[in-house]
Design a protein around this ligand. Structure first.
Ligand code: F0G
Length: 482
């Protein structure tokens, strides 16, 4: 195997990396020294683009395994920066890390059976193991590094909870003087996530409105006050999130799965996964490209509507703006707001829509939607047969099951579902699902259209009496063994 030996002596990386508008009719280039988060000419999305001929890239992915031997260096310990040669916008001594990306690809045969694929065919990429409990830390490591490079101090985001939790943790646990400002909608954030923002000392601004409103506001405020924006419209966030794909390939001994299935909210993840595979293919580091499935919640299904029902496609960047604008006008006219128990993906105007279309195009992707009942049942199956996740994450498993039922995924396929966030992010939903308390079920879930908890594991209530307790345990043990 031929290996290019890389040095860490690159100076600023500015020669290798730049930002560029994704609109093919524009393609304006912007230096990576700037933090502007939209094209200065046409306001379209920016990409971080590399001149790979000038970057130092290994000739084989297995080269990255050598970093494990050097993991006392925090930059090799990081599951993001271990792959820094594939996001070469930064010099080594500028890196920000909180130990993100120590995550796991877990085989789950119980979930395989639920989805309908063969044993060994279903793998759960558990991003809940990140320091703040969600995949966001991958993106934040890269965006905070960029913020450090441009000398930013105040950093802000709008969030359904996980972005803000991650941002707050990066501010509280690093030593570069970052100050966190977060915007959240009213009553739309799970308590586990809100508690993180508060506990880590972020200035938390709650506005009357939902995530889409909060994002619009934070973009205005960041522009006006010159605050560094940490939402996934920031292309550096997406660079960090590419590494989730590298870790999956690594865990599969550099084999490419048949499917990557991911929940879709603001569409940062799906966009970054697509970019990861476009680049790996371009660099000749993979031969096969996996298919991508992006799963919306029914109550927040803009992507599925546009792609599956209105024929929206990438068209080499010439996406039809009328299809998108007409759909958003329809949302406005009908006063339609996103509404799902999977609060993390309760988003109707995904900022990365066009980049996601590019990912779908490259990865022969599909989009589906699953309802709250399907999400919660899949979540219970993940909890019982894998590492626990929050509701939005389980959309991936529910979506894989649907695609299997539809014959799009084959029983023999190897499928990786991304579990984007930890179970403890949203205990209210989990407890309501499993609870024997009908009132609580109705209040939290019934009111949102969830009818039953088919896979509930109800607590068994017994008097505080030793004999009764022992008899009850015996009864349950016998039932299970029978
Ligand atoms: N899963 C979880 C647990 C999330 O927190 C999010 C997004 C998604 C999936 C969707 O990912 O936006 O890349 O399509 N949460 C954002 C937030 C919006 O504010 O925490 P996406």
């Amino acid at each position: 195997m031929s290996v290019t030996i890389l040095s860490d002596t690159r100076s600023t990386g500015t020669e290798v990396a730049f930002q560029q508008c994704i609109n093919p009719a524009c393609r304006t280039k912007v230096s990576i020294d700037r933090a502007i988060f939209e094209c200065p000419h046409c306001a379209d999305l920016l990409d971080v683009v590399y001149d790979w001929d000038r970057a130092e890239v290994p000739s084989s992915l297995s080269w990255f395994e050598r970093k494990w031997a050097e993991r006392t260096d925090p930059e090799n310990f990081s599951g993001v920066w271990r792959f820094r040669e594939l996001l070469p916008f930064v010099a080594k001594n500028q890196i920000v890390t909180i130990g993100e990306g120590q995550t796991l690809l877990q085989r789950s045969d119980p979930v395989a059976s639920y989805v309908g694929v063969q044993p060994g065919g279903l793998l759960l990429q558990y991003e809940g193991m990140n320091p703040s409990g969600s995949f966001k830390d991958n993106g934040m490591a890269a965006a905070f590094t960029h913020a450090r490079m441009v000398g930013a101090k105040r950093v802000a985001c709008a969030s359904t909870g996980n972005t803000s939790a991650s941002l707050a943790v990066f501010c509280s646990s690093t030593t570069f003087g970052f100050k966190a400002i977060i915007f959240i909608g009213s009553g739309k954030i799970a308590y586990g996530k809100l508690s993180q923002a508060l506990d880590h000392g972020a200035l938390t601004i709650q506005i009357v409105g939902d995530f889409d409103d909060a994002l619009e506001r934070v973009r205005q405020v960041a522009g006006r006050l010159g605050i560094y924006l940490m939402n996934s419209v920031n292309p550096f966030r997406l660079e960090g999130q590419k590494t989730i794909m590298y870790r999956i390939l690594e865990a599969m001994r550099w084999e490419v799965p048949d499917w990557i299935v991911v929940p879709g909210g603001n569409l940062g993840n799906s966009s970054s996964f697509g970019k990861a595979f476009i680049e790996l293919k371009h660099l000749g580091l993979i031969k096969k490209v996996p298919r991508l499935a992006v799963i919306n919640a029914t109550g927040a299904h803009t992507l599925d509507q546009l792609v599956s029902h209105h024929g929206l496609t990438w068209r080499n960047g010439l996406t039809d703006p009328d299809v998108i604008n007409n759909y958003y006008s329809h949302l406005n006219r009908e006063h339609l707001k996103a509404d799902t128990i999977a609060s993390a993906i309760e988003i109707n105007r995904p900022v990365n829509l066009k980049k996601c279309l590019r990912a779908l195009d490259f990865c022969d992707g599909v989009v589906r939607e699953v309802n709250d009942q399907e999400i919660l049942d899949a979540k219970a199956k993940v909890g019982a047969g894998g590492l626990g996740c929050e509701p939005a994450s389980a959309a991936s498993v529910a979506g894989a099951r649907l695609l299997r039922e539809q014959g799009v995924i084959a029983a023999s396929d190897r499928v990786v579902c991304i579990l984007t966030g930890h179970q403890l992010k949203d205990p209210t939903v989990t407890v309501a699902y499993h609870s024997a308390d009908q009132e609580q079920f109705e209040k939290v879930l019934g009111s949102r259209g969830v009818k039953r908890a088919g896979f509930a594991n109800r607590p068994v209530v017994v008097p505080n009496d030793l004999d009764t307790i022992i008899r009850t345990i015996g009864m349950y043990a016998t039932t299970e063994e029978a």
